[in-house]
Design a binder for this molecule. Structure first.
Ligand SMILES: [Zn+2]
Length: 80
């Protein structure tokens, strides 16, 4: 007996992507130093203050990364 492969179902994995769109216009943005992956196909990036490395490499594709400035919501550090 064959099991029919139906790809029309909604994958719960897709809901993770909606998290990025959660930032609204009301969120204040700040100029933030970031590292950006030099691979234009990858477009991975990280906040510079999250990495103490002088020359980090992309965690996704291991290409070199270059400095850039992005407008990002400020990270609030919650004291425990
Ligand atoms: Zn990359």
């Amino acid at each position: 007996m064959r099991i029919r492969q139906d790809h029309g179902g909604v994958s719960t994995m897709n809901h993770r992507n909606s998290k990025q769109a959660r930032y609204t216009v009301e969120t204040p943005l700040f100029e933030t130093e970031v590292w950006e992956c030099m691979d234009t196909n990858c477009r991975s990036w990280m906040r510079k203050n999250m990495s103490l490395l002088l020359e980090p490499h992309c965690p996704v594709c291991h290409s070199g990364m270059q400095e850039n400035i992005r407008m990002l919501p400020q990270v609030v550090h919650v004291a425990k």
